[in-house]
Ligand binder design. Structure first.
Ligand SMILES: Cc1cc2nc3c(=O)[nH]c(=O)nc-3n(C[C@H](O)[C@H](O)[C@H](O)COP(=O)(O)OP(=O)(O)OC[C@H]3O[C@@H](n4cnc5c(N)ncnc54)[C@H](O)[C@@H]3O)c2cc1C
Ligand code: SF4
Length: 405
């Protein structure tokens, strides 16, 4: 930030700090990159975007942001079962059995490949729910399992999505910067599509910056007229038409909410004459573990269903081991003192990579963070009921390296 409180650029990460936080022999400090305007586009729950939204109260007039976790697998299937171009969408099962909501997809791609996945809304209330295991269950459905028979799983991945849409969109300009794409929350949740909207929001930021620079702007200003560019583009009416989709599901559940959405989206094209708002926060939705029954997920068979370890292996995740843990706890006592007794420490289940474990018995118990397995989905930063975990960027180059995802 400059001395007038405007963003003046970004700093690249440091390299070569050890686990203990001390510089190692090969330590290199980060480099500051200054600009008249900086565009933040880190995707869902951006580490910097999150801080900027808070610091400039950019979400002051918006509903709380909502999130889902999207889990995906890529398979090569039997050529006899391949139907290139076939798109299958699902809602309800398996999440409905555990009082949760979300959607599923299976797309037949080229070369006998299919991409399939499950989006789990992160406002679920059962702390025993495991999004990863729900994806494994989804594959056992009678409409899905036959397609995968004799096939081979090629890849696995997971990433949170920002799905609050129109109602949760923060102000996207701030002094010296813009926040675009899923960092702000431009995904159209009714379609679960966010690529085209992210690109458009970035193009509008580029247009705005070009316009003011050609006018001799010295930088560091808050160009609130970005908002009028947004309103006069196709992006605004598209997001507005989808504004009731998430709140309807959250308020009325998958069946009545689904019927509401069918009428609103297909008959009225998003022109329902009122707006539903959802003021709840995803991290505050968990019931205490004493109020619910544990969920007993079936053991993976290693053919159709798999465990977390073999799945993380397919993500090609790699982190320098001797570096500070990039999953930071504000208070290291909270996992065992608060989260374990109240919510059976849900991080053990919502993390799709098995990063968080409670190890040891009774007095020896400790909360273990296997940070090297982290696939950077950001779910812990969102769903921790105590809001105690902050995901920060690890040393450059670390993280999953997805192939063909
Ligand atoms: C399972 C799943 C399926 C989906 N399917 C579809 C679909 O079929 N169609 C569709 O349109 N959308 C789909 N989406 C949504 C789509 O992926 C996103 O809406 C879109 O990628 C958002 O684009 P973005 O540029 O805002 O963010 P991203 O694509 O997430 O890009 C952000 C980039 O910034 C990098 N980054 C983050 N933080 C930093 C930092 N501090 N410093 C430097 N770099 C950083 C990240 O590594 C990443 O490369 C899907 C999402 C999921 C999870
Ligand atoms: S540690 Fe957090 S960001 Fe990393 S994979 Fe697990 S839930 Fe996702």
């Amino acid at each position: 930030f400059n001395d007038r409180g405007a963003v003046k650029g970004v700093a690249t990460g440091e390299m070569g700090r050890g686990k203990d936080g001390e510089p190692k022999a090969a330590y290199e400090p980060g480099m500051e990159l200054h600009a008249k305007y900086t565009v933040f586009a880190e995707g869902c729950r951006g580490h910097l975007g999150k801080q900027l939204i808070k610091q400039y109260a950019l979400d002051h007039d918006a509903s709380p942001q909502h999130y889902g976790i999207g889990l995906k697998e890529l398979w090569r299937i039997d050529p006899a079962l391949h139907q290139p171009g076939l798109v299958v969408h699902g809602a309800g099962w398996p999440l409905s059995e555990h009082g949760a909501s979300g959607g599923a997809f299976l797309y037949h791609l080229e070369d006998c490949q299919v991409a399939l996945g499950l989006i789990v809304d992160l406002n679920y209330d059962n702390p025993y729910l495991s999004p990863f295991d729900e994806l494994q269950r989804f594959k056992t459905h009678s409409k899905i399992a036959p397609t995968l028979a004799g096939g081979e799983r090629l890849s696995y991945g997971a990433r949170a999505i920002t799905k609050g849409g129109f109602n949760s969109l923060p102000k996207m300009s701030l002094p010296g910067a813009f926040i675009v794409g899923c960092d702000a929350g431009t995904l159209n949740f009714a379609k679960i599509k966010g690529t085209h909207t992210a690109m458009k929001s970035g193009m509008l930021a580029a247009d705005t910056i070009m316009e003011v620079l050609l006018d001799g702007d010295p930088g560091g200003k808050d160009h609130t007229h970005y908002d009028s560019h947004l309103r006069s583009s196709w992006l605004y009416p598209e997001l507005k038409a989808a504004r009731n989709f998430g709140p309807a599901l959250h308020k009325f559940g998958p069946y009545i909410g689904g019927a509401f959405n069918y009428i609103d989206q297909n008959w009225l094209r998003g022109k329902m004459p009122f707006t539903l708002k959802d003021h709840s926060r995803d991290h505050a939705s968990l019931k205490e573990s004493s109020e619910v029954s544990p969920i007993d997920y079936p053991k993976p068979d290693g053919v159709l269903t798999f465990d977390k370890n073999s799945s993380v292996y397919l993500t090609n995740t790699n982190h320098e081991e001797d570096q500070p843990v990039h999953l930071q706890l504000a208070n290291s006592d909270i996992p065992l003192r608060t989260n374990l007794p109240k919510w059976a420490e849900p991080a053990q289940r919502y993390c799709p990579a098995g990063v968080y474990e409670i190890v040891g018995e009774e007095a020896e118990q400790r909360f273990q963070i296997n940070a090297q397995n982290c696939i950077h989905c950001k779910t812990c930063d969102i769903k921790d009921p105590s809001q105690n975990i902050t995901w920060v960027t690890p040393e450059g180059g670390g993280g999953p390296s997805y192939s063909a995802m």
